[in-house]
Every structure is written in C-alpha cells, then in structure tokens.
Design a protein around this ligand. Structure first.
Ligand code: S3P
Length: 428
C-alpha cells in the first residue's frame, strides 16, 4: 500500500525496449497446455501476478507446471486429466483466469470453488454463468451466481447457440472452452469482433474452429496436441511507452517484438488518427503477428473514439485518455460502458485521477469527453489497486510539473513486473 515518488517534468525519452509477454496469450498458453496431451513449452511468458494466478489454479487441478521466469513447461493430460481441487481456486485479481477457467470446469464432473480479491468480488459473473448453465453446468454463488465466490459442478454438456449481449472475449472464450467438451456444436455470435487469441490457439493446438462473419463454431470432443507457444510482447503494456514518447518532448522510443494481432491494434489506429509520429515494422505474420513500433514526440489533435474500435483498444483507454489531455481540441470516447466493470470502474478512476492533475475531463455514461491542451500539475494520486491506472499515472507524471507520488504502485505487478525499471531506462 506504500507510495512511490514518480519522475516528473522529464525532458526527453530515448531508447529501445522489449515489453513483457502478452497477458491474454500467456493465460491461454497455460490453459491450452493443461487441456492438451503432451508437454507444452512457452517462451516469453508473462510472469505477472495475473498469469501466476492461472498457473497456481491449474496446479491445484493436478497439472504439472514448471516455470522459470518467462520459460514455462506444462505437462498436459487432456480435459479428462484435470483433478478435483482440494482447495479453493484463488484467481487473485484476474478476470481472465476466473471466466475462462469456468468454461473449462463446466465440462468436468467434479465440484470446484472459485474466488479472488476484493476487485474480483465486484465484477459481474452472470455474463459467463448464464451461458454455462445453458450448456449444462451447475453454478452457484453470491446473489444467484452474480458474484464470487462461485461453486461450479460440471458434467455432460450440450452445445448451444449463444448471442453475446456484450463484446467480451472472456465470455466468448468461456463458452468456446465449454463447447469443446459438449455434445454437438456450439456457436457464439459476437456483436463486435473481440480479441481472437482463443480461436487462434485452438488452431495452434491442432483443434478445429470455424468463423463465418460474426459466428464462431466449435465441435465438441476435440483433442489437443501439445506445442510450443512463443508469446509476443503485450501491446497493452507497450501502449504506455507509445503514449509516453508521443507526449514527451524530444523523444524517440522503439518497442520491439510487440504483438500486432489486428483485434488488439486499435491504439495504433487511434494514435495515427490523432497525428502521432508512429511507425510499425511487421516482422511475423503467421499465428500471432508481431513487430516493432517506433514512436516520436508528436503534435496531436483530438478525435472521436467509438463503435467497433472500442474492443480493439478497451484496455488502452486509460492511457489514451491521458494522450487526449495533451492533444489540441476535444476527444470524445463513447460506447465504452464495459470500462465500468474492469479492475476498477475505469470511467471514474481515469476521470477523477486525471482531473486531480488539472486535466479537463468529464465522465459520461459510456466513456468520457476530454478537452486537450492541459498543463498537468503533480500531486498524490492512486492506482486504486488497478494496474493500468497506476501505469497511466506514472506516464502522466512525465509531463507534470512539481512533485508527484503514486499510492499503491504494487498493483502494476499484475501485468508489468519491472515497469518502473523499464521506464527509467528510457529517461535521458
Ligand atoms: C481479455 C479480454 C478483455 C480485456 C482483459 C483481457 C482476455 O476483457 O479487458 O484485460 O484475455 O480475454 P473482456 O473480454 O471482459 O472485455
């Protein structure tokens, strides 16, 4: 809970950086490694608290997992090899862990109890509980399964066709993971395309999956073969340094080996549209694409960010809001009501913390309106226990005048261990 002094009034950022592995892909590499047959190896795994929660939960399900920093070995025994956990499955702060794991457990004939920290306890679970019950799982929990702790008793499942009421890759993935164990076919229909790492990984592990427009179909009783997964750098982590370079004077930063899956690159499109000096060098096109991103100090202008773009940059909105405070003109972010149910209510935490530094920012029902050209002044701010709020505020500090302290900086460990060390290597 301690505080950390942030670097303020920075003159220039220069250098090259490889950000840690992608969080979404790291979680899935453990999960698919566990449900596949044989030994899966993972390179550049993200050893952040969230992904370590996934590892610890799968160990409690009887899966052997060896990890040394970013190299992981998972000894998979198939869906059928998962064992009844004798302890509660603690997901910590990780929404991806609990929602995807529920999909896997929906097809297992034993009971498991899942819970996490105080943030997880506030996050909506009906979105996964409802479709998994339709498939045939028995789930109980606080307020009829709206909230954790949840108890799940899986068993024989029957495929369903399910239209997602919200754009959520976590819900889509949970249904697909249950569908892989169900009798017949399971179809998920997305309102807007969301990150497709689960779909790519099903194929990578030798499974079959079809996509036709907004409909994704899987057949049950599939077998997966172990493989090697090389995780690209996380664009959601790179985003903090992309924005940092754009808003700091005399800066040029190169981020190497960043994941460039098109369902995740909304931030690049937005920065280009705002007039940022940004270059992308694509290096790998197959599987999960990746490449280098170079950003220099930029003259930025405000834009509207809405619609299909939102799921492609949902986790980057806190730092995009900061970017908008440094642009000329107005930026309007809408259709982003999902921000309310992230690690914190990110409409409120972003608007309150940036306003306290002097930004002109108004929260709305589904986003925020930002009048750019703000001069930020340092003060004591808080991550509110939310990793992305903590990192966004550390980047805000670079362009703020005066002293600035960040309360609860340890939240950053969830997705970016070593964040402050990386940031200090760029400061000239
Ligand atoms: C994630 C999906 C997104 C994202 C989260 C990770 C995933 O959540 O915000 O950080 O790995 O599937 P939703 O699917 O709930 O929007």
């Amino acid at each position: 809970m301690k505080s950390q002094r942030l670097q303020t009034n920075v003159k220039s950022l220069k250098g090259m950086l490889g950000v840690p592995g992608d969080k979404s892909i790291s979680h899935r590499s453990i999960m698919f490694g566990a449900i596949a047959h044989g030994e899966t190896t993972v390179g550049n795994f993200l050893p952040g608290a969230d992904c370590l929660s996934t590892i610890s939960c799968f160990r409690k399900l009887g899966v052997r997992i060896e990890e040394e920093d970013s190299a992981v070995r998972v000894v998979g025994k198939g869906f059928e090899g998962l064992e009844r956990p004798v302890e509660m499955l603690d997901v910590g702060n990780s929404g991806t862990t609990i929602r995807l794991m529920l999909g896997i457990l929906a097809g297992r004939e034993f009971e498991a109890v899942l819970a996490g920290d105080s943030s997880i306890a506030k996050r909506p679970m009906t979105r996964v509980v409802k479709p998994l019950r339709e498939l045939g799982a028995v789930i109980d929990g606080e307020n009829d399964g709206k909230f954790t702790p949840l108890t799940i008793k899986g068993g024989k499942l029957r495929g369903i066709s399910y239209e997602l009421p919200m754009a959520s890759a976590q819900v889509k993935s949970a249904i697909l993971l249950a569908g892989l164990q169900a009798e017949g076919e399971t179809v998920v229909i997305e309102p807007t395309k969301t990150r497709d790492h689960t779909e790519r990984m099903i194929a990578e592990f030798g499974g079959r999956i079809e996509r036709d427009g907004d409909r994704i179909t899987v057949k049950g009783n599939q077998m997966f073969r172990a493989t090697h997964i090389e995780v690209p750098g996380d664009i959601s982590s790179a985003a903090f340094f992309m924005v940092a370079a754009a808003i700091t004077k005399n800066s040029e930063v190169k981020l190497t080996n960043v994941g460039l899956n098109p369902t995740r690159t909304g931030i690049i499109d937005v920065m280009k549209q705002m007039g940022a000096d940004i270059e992308v060098e694509t290096l790998k096109k197959k599987g999960e694409p990746s490449g280098n991103i170079i950003v220099r100090s930029s003259n930025l202008k405000g834009i509207e960010i809405s619609g299909d773009l939102i799921p492609r940059l949902i986790d980057e909105i806190p730092v995009i809001a900061l970017l908008a405070t440094q642009a000329q003109g107005v930026t309007v972010i809408k259709d982003a009501q999902e921000l309310k149910v992230k690690e914190t209510n990110r409409i409120d935490t972003v608007a309150n913390e940036l306003a306290s530094l002097g930004a002109d920012i108004t929260p709305t029902e589904d986003g925020m309106i930002i009048n750019g050209g703000a001069k930020l002044t340092g003060r004591t701010v808080s991550s509110h226990g939310d990793h992305r709020i903590g990192m966004m505020l550390a980047i805000a500090g670079l362009v703020a005048q005066g002293e600035m302290d960040l309360h609860d900086p340890s939240a950053i460990e969830v997705s970016y261990p070593g964040f402050f060390e990386h940031l200090s290597t760029l400061i000239d």
